[in-house]
Design a protein around this ligand. Sequence first.
Ligand SMILES: Nc1ncnc2c1ncn2[C@@H]1O[C@H](COP(=O)(O)OP(=O)(O)OP(=O)(O)O)[C@@H](O)[C@H]1O
Ligand SMILES: [Mg+2]
Length: 248
Amino acid sequence: MSSTLRTEGLSKRFGDFHALDGVTMQLPRGARHAVIGPNGAGKTTLINLLTGTVRATAGEVYIGSERVTSLRPEQRVRRGLVRTFQINSLFPELTVLESVLLATCQRTGAALDAWRGLDARAQEFQAARATLRLLKLEGVADVRTRDLAYGEQRLLEIALALACRPRILLLDEPAAGVPRRESVALFEAIAGLPGDLTVLFIEHDMDLVFRFAQRITVLVGGAILTEGTPQEIAGDARVKQIYLGRAA
Ligand SMILES: Nc1ncnc2c1ncn2[C@@H]1O[C@H](COP(=O)(O)OP(=O)(O)OP(=O)(O)O)[C@@H](O)[C@H]1O
Ligand SMILES: [Mg+2]
C-alpha cells in the first residue's frame, strides 16, 4: 500500500543525547495512527521533525513519494502536512465561525483580495460552515473562542488545521487538559474526519488510544519498541511492563 507519510531512520540528537534514534515508519492514506510511550520518549520531537520545526540530525521524511526533509515547515504545510496549534490565546475575541473563516480565507487568499467581491467570500463562508459541521461545532459557531469549553477549544484547533485542507493531520495530545467526558467526544470527532485524511496522534490515555487507533507505534528512549494493531500492542509483554499501573 502506498504511504502518505513515511520516515526513514529519522533521528535527532541534542548534543550527545539521542532524543530520536532511527525511527522508520509509514502511514497509509486514511490511517488513524497513535504514537505512545513514556514521558521523554521522543513523541513530540518526532512531530517536530515531521513538521520541520526541528531539523533532523539524520534520516528522511517523505510526503507521498516526495522527500521533504530539507523543506521548511510552511512548505510542508503547502504539501498537506498540518499540525494543530493551541489557538485559544490567539483569537480570544473572535467567534468560532470568524476564526475558521479567517483561517479559510488565509488558505484561499480571499482576505487579501477585496476586489474578488462577496461571491468569492461566500465560498469561504460555506467552507467554514462545512468544517464546523464536520466537527459538530455548529452549535457554538457564534460563541467567542475564550468562552468555549476545553474540549470545544481543542476541536476548534482541529477545525483551523482542517481549514488548510491537509492530507495529513498531526495531533500532539489533542485531549490534554480536557475533562474525561469531553475527551471521548473529541476523539469521536477525530474518528469521524474524512476517510482519506491521514491522522497521526500522540495520546497518553490508553483507553482513548485502544479505542480510536487502528495502529500503534510504541516509542521508548527515542526508538521504536514495537508497532502493531491495538490488539497486538495490548498483548505485548514489554508494553504491559512499561504501562503497568498507568493503563487504566
Ligand atoms: N530542544 C531540546 N534540547 C534538549 N533536549 C530536548 C529538547 N527537546 C526535547 N529534548 C529532550 O528530548 C527528549 C524527548 O522529548 P519529547 O518532548 O520529544 O518527549 P515526549 O515523548 O513528547 O514526552 P511527553 O510525553 O512528556 O510529552 C526529552 O528527554 C527532552 O528533554
Ligand atoms: Mg510530548
